[in-house]
Design a protein around this ligand. Sequence first.
Ligand code: URA
Length: 235
Amino acid sequence: MRLDKYIVACGVASRKEAAQAVRRKGVTVNGTVASSPDMKIDENSDKVVFCGEELVYQKYIWIMMNKPQGVISATEDARGQKTVIDLLPERLQRMELFPCGRLDGDTTGLMLITNEGELAHRLLSPKRHVDKVYRFESARRITEEEIEKAAEGLVLGDGYECLPADIVADEEGCGGRITLREGKYHQIKRMFGAMDNRITGLKRVKFAEIELDPSLAPGEWRYLADHELALLRNH
Ligand code: URA
């Protein structure tokens, strides 16, 4: 890999800044001052020090974010709305990360963000039926009969037949947890619409085996731990 690309991939500089640092003799490869930004290095074995900092190369990045309301799950937005990528530090914004799946603007909670297209694609494939669990609040209480209908597969207003969804309602009040095995546009809102009910709050709390870290406030993020990543890879 080219040295300047490697520095960018480590998330410490832009390509231009990497080239400038090399020209100012601020970069060493295995203890020797780097001669040119386009010199080839072995990303698996060479030790690169950038402005005094030893770089750690990670080919794939996986982040969990507690998505806040009003932020969209896209890499950029034509209307200038804030995206989940905008909430990350600049060094990560340069790394071609994208959200693994979609949440509505007003839905909060677990959003996975990565640059590993193949695994993300696999997890999102409609054939895989990866479980997604949401905490919901609704305009009125959901009945036992409706829970049974959802477990059999609701039919939406446009005739779409949903896969069976599990709903566990709170004992009191208008809320509970719903588990989906698919992810159609506005699916939960449309399911509740089909039951003459309305979603008033939606938060994703689990994707596959990954649970939202309760210590993350809205807008906060952290890297996935190795054991969490292993759960995704083995899913
Ligand atoms: N279902 C919805 O209606 N909205 C979401 O954001 C996710 C699932």
